[in-house]
Design a protein around this ligand. Structure first.
Ligand code: EPU
Length: 420
């Protein structure tokens, strides 16, 4: 296991390139299972979650070919197994994304139930209920979701809660169902839209992706297709927050600014000057301390829960008092106690954190607890006096590509070492 040693050394400056989005590439790799033949997916980030997904596809019997320019070819025509085993699902909950494609294309799937995780209980009842409504017979046995089906039948699916991977699983399943499926209260995240774009290239008939109601007209079969994964809006936001917290000037390249409008608005409100083009955005704090901003997380297009931890750090060193309300997950404040150990003045009450900005944080040994919490600890370390050690960085490697290299490029003093 590795640790990161970080010494805060002033404003970040320079350019950084954004990788393909983790939360888009995972459903897209799962969707390759729906086709009769191979798909080539490009702009695939080198992440542990991608490696886990490829291991899972390999175990199902897919042929995988990787090239060194971040391109992966998946040929599902040799599939001979339909199980996502506990060891894989345990390390990556998003393994649940093979459930919809396997049931729709092969009429069977066994996927381990993911269980709770560091940020909340995270049930998958809506995935299961939706697939049942499409005609799958699903039993929960021995910790596994065991599904069987003939050809699925289109249905009207009204989701009680907005769920990103739930919408994706049902969307993928509906592409091969007989007749029309309507997904109401669908997630509108850009990653759902990117998945729909890929499915459409494969021959699926989908309208309304990116709105709250998605219509799918089922087709008999899908063909493999090329697809380039959308840039990661959360990685983009993380670098911009780091730039703002350190009072720096950073240009983020190969991104889609329109996918993080609310985050950019909040950065502006905190005092940042932003300039942007179609695929880049530059943030300049003009050397000033950020101002505190209130945040309430909610599904897209509102403020993303995946940026909440990073904004906790921005507010920790900002001028003034702020409130951060987490409405998506019930337990996503694990970073708060670590930030308080670094000198942040914060108070948690239920799903709300009150923050009183302090002018500096102090370096300390801290522990990463989940992916975005870990990213927030790196940002905190960059604005702290002295050295911070971030342990359990495997959380970060699940979702950020070469994070220490990218931060080093912006002038940060950050080293990775084995943690014995
Ligand atoms: N929920 C249910 N029942 C369900 C599904 C969800 O009650 O069947 C609840 C969850 O417990 C949660 C809420 O609905 O309270 C929203 O959860 P959602 O299903 O949208 O989350 P997810 O699909 O499991 C994805 C991302 C997360 C991101 C959330 C919210 C992927 C692979 N993961 O998770 O990403 O936080 O949407 O935007 O797309 C991350 O990248 O760090 C990360 C955790």
């Amino acid at each position: 296991m590795d640790k990161l040693l970080i010494t805060g050394n002033g404003p970040l400056q320079g350019d950084v390139r954004i990788s393909g989005a983790k939360n888009a590439v995972l459903p897209i790799l799962a969707a390759t299972l729906l086709a009769n033949n191979a798909s080539t997916i490009s702009n695939v980030p080198h992440l542990n979650d991608v490696t886990t997904t490829m291991a899972l596809l390999g175990r199902l019997g897919c042929q995988l070919t990787m090239t060194d320019n971040m391109q992966v070819e998946v040929d599902p025509s040799s599939i001979n197994d339909y199980t996502a085993a506990y060891e894989l699902v345990r390390t990556m909950r998003a393994s649940i994304l093979v459930l919809g494609p396997l049931v729709a294309r092969y009429g069977q799937a066994q996927v381990s139930l993911p269980g709770g995780c560091a940020i909340g209980a995270r049930p998958v009842n809506l995935h299961i209920d939706g697939l049942r409504a499409l005609g799958a017979d699903i039993r929960i046995e021995d910790g596994y979701i065991r599904a069987r089906a003939g050809r699925l039948k289109g249905a009207r699916l009204a989701l009680d809660t907005v769920t990103v991977t739930g919408t994706e699983n049902l969307l993928m399943a509906a592409t091969l169902a007989r007749g029309e499926t309507v997904i109401e209260n669908a997630a509108r995240e850009p990653e759902v839209v990117d998945l729909a774009r890929y499915l459409t290239r494969m021959g699926a008939q989908i309208s309304g992706a990116g709105t709250g109601t998605i219509h799918v007209q089922g087709v008999d079969e899908l063909q493999g297709a090329p697809h380039r994964v959308v840039p990661d809006r959360i990685e983009t936001g993380t670098f911009l927050v780091a730039a703002a917290a350190t009072r720096g000037k950073v240009r983020v390249l190969d991104t889609v600014p329109e996918n993080l409008t609310v985050v950019l608005d909040k950065l502006r409100e905190s005092g940042a000057s932003l300039t942007q083009g179609e695929d880049w955005v530059e943030l300049d704090m003009n050397g000033e301390r950020p101002r505190a901003v209130n945040i309430t997380t909610a599904p897209f297009p509102d403020f993303p829960t995946d940026m909440q931890a990073q904004f906790c750090v921005l507010n920790a060193v900002a001028e003034g008092k702020s409130r951060i309300v987490e409405t998506v997950f019930e337990n996503r404040f694990m970073h708060i106690s670590e930030l308080m150990r670094m000198g942040a003045a914060m108070d948690i009450d239920g799903n709300t954190v009150t923050v009183n900005g302090v002018s500096r944080l102090k370096g300390a040994p801290v522990m990463a607890t989940d992916l975005r919490a870990s990213a927030s600890l790196i940002v905190a370390a960059l604005v702290a006096d002295g050295e911070t050690t971030v342990r359990r960085v495997y959380h970060i490697d699940r979702g950020y590509e070469r994070i220490e290299e990218k931060f080093r490029q912006l002038g940060a003093q950050i080293e990775r070492e084995p943690d014995n």
